[in-house]
Ligand binder design. Structure first.
Ligand code: ATP
Length: 440
């Protein structure tokens, strides 16, 4: 019977991810560095699949959204205009006893969660989360710049460029995927909160007055996107922010949250109504007019902006967490990842029944046929049972086994990850059949 791992802890995933080449701690041989992670050979495949799925849904399948890829370091005035220099802070407290540092809004008593000391916290101080560095050879304040803490600002400062070069009319969006950096006080929960991470953000510019409708539209679209990737609906919810939670730029924000057994409901994506705040701020700071000429009314207007913003790494974690399954098969524990085929790092594994000189050439031929169509892995090491388990554990939806009968009947066995059912298919028809199974 399948147990849906009611108490799946992050340690289980951390260990699976390391063992199977999804995610490694950064700089591990030097003792690591908190808040930074490296994606291994399978991790990078899955991450690219997530980004591709988002880009397809948000840009390629829409005719009202275009993409950009902007620089990480921008003129520091960008961050003054956006408010990040002044208010991109988290409240910080230190424990005087163990010297550990915490986010004050994550602590709900006067007892230190690390050493248990009572009443030993310092006053709460604001801590700016932006990483600073220098441009050019002189380390002086005039040369100080920031690593971007979000990708969004690049869309605002390129608003005019995109409108003009692409002849865009409202409503339209600008999307971007890229690295962001936040000097988080307490990174953790595996890749949930990192200091370097990737974001997928889209700024959707619309006429003031139509903003609430578009906000509702994007909340629903984004919720459905997660469902389409196979995340179980009971683990997803939409939570509107209350007034005191709202960011300085936001009129309304709803988060899409995921229910981790290990830490409860947590933000996966935020969908904010940023109003005309950013374009107005950048117009004021740059002296350039960032308005839009509305041909219907013959007026210059400043568009409102709806922003769906999520992290690639957080999506990766949620997909793994939600897909993790343990069950008992013939007295042995079987672990498998019920990943959606569109994000699974390997879609098809080709496994000769054994490493045999008669089987290998045919298995290699089958592998060669499948590779142009699917992310395919060839594996002939160890027993077939162990190889199935390995593919289960990395979430490969389908295995194709080449056996001695294949030499006679030009057919192979397809084994399905979730049901472990096996069926015999002709090699000639394999690509079409696998495609159908992966798409269904
Ligand atoms: P939190 O409240 O968790 O600090 P936030 O509300 O500041 O997050 P946003 O600024 O709205 O986050 O960023 C949009 C998305 O980017 C988040 O929903 C999340 O998926 C991702 N994200 C933000 N910070 C991090 C981080 N430190 N590590 C990984 N992903 C992050």
């Amino acid at each position: 019977m399948t147990q849906e791992s009611p108490e799946l802890q992050f340690e289980t995933l951390v260990s699976l991810c390391k063992r199977r080449g999804f995610v490694f701690p950064s700089s591990e041989i030097y003792g690591g560095i908190a808040g930074f992670w490296d994606y291994g050979p399978l991790g990078v495949e899955m991450k690219n699949n997530i980004k591709r799925a988002w880009w397809r849904a948000m840009v390629q399948e829409r005719d009202d959204v275009v993409g950009i890829d902007a620089s990480i370091i921008m003129n520091p005035r960008v961050w003054q205009a956006s408010g990040h220099v002044d208010v991109f802070t988290d409240p910080m407290i230190d424990c005087k006893n163990c010297k550990h540092r915490f986010r004050a809004d994550h602590i709900d008593s006067d007892v230190c969660p690390d050493c248990g000391a009572q009443g030993q916290f310092t006053e709460v101080r604001p801590f700016n989360l932006m990483f600073k560095t220098f441009v050019g050879p002189v380390e002086e304040s005039a040369a100080q710049v920031y690593l971007r803490p979000e990708t969004a600002q690049a869309m605002f400062i390129n608003f005019e460029n995109v409108v003009t070069s692409m002849r865009r009319k409202l409503p339209f969006g600008i999307a971007q995927i890229g690295r962001s950096f936040r000097n988080e006080i307490t990174p953790g929960n595996f890749i949930f909160r990192d200091r370097e991470f990737e974001q997928m953000e889209m700024e959707f510019f619309c006429k003031p007055g139509s903003d609430e409708e578009w906000h509702a539209h994007w909340i629903q679209k984004r919720f459905n996107w997660f469902k389409g990737l196979g995340i179980r609906e009971e683990n997803l919810r939409i939570r509107p922010h209350d007034a005191k939670e709202l960011s300085h730029y936001s009129k309304a924000t709803s988060d899409i949250e995921y229910r981790f057994e290990a830490m409860g409901w947590s933000e996966l994506e935020g969908i904010a109504n940023r109003t005309d705040f950013d374009l107005k701020q950048h117009a004021a700071y740059s002296g350039k007019s960032l308005s839009y000429f509305d041909e219907e009314t013959n007026e210059h207007i400043v568009p409102y902006v709806i922003e769906p913003a999520l992290g690639v790494d957080r999506t990766f974690l949620v997909l793994l967490y939600d897909a993790y399954r343990e069950e008992e098969v013939k007295g042995e524990k079987r672990v498998y990842l019920q990943l959606h085929p569109s994000v699974a790092p390997i879609q098809v594994a080709v496994l000769p029944l054994s490493r045999n000189e008669k089987l290998t050439p045919l298995a290699r031929e089958v592998y060669g046929r499948l590779r142009p169509h699917f992310m395919t892995q060839f594996d002939d090491a160890q027993s077939i049972g162990r190889r199935y388990r390995r593919q289960d554990e990395i979430g490969t939806p389908l295995c194709v086994t080449v056996d001695f009968d294949s030499l006679e009947d030009a057919a192979v066995t397809i084994r399905e990850r979730d049901s472990m059912e096996q069926s015999r298919m002709r090699i000639e028809e394999l690509v079409a059949i696998l495609r159908e199974k992966l798409d269904s």
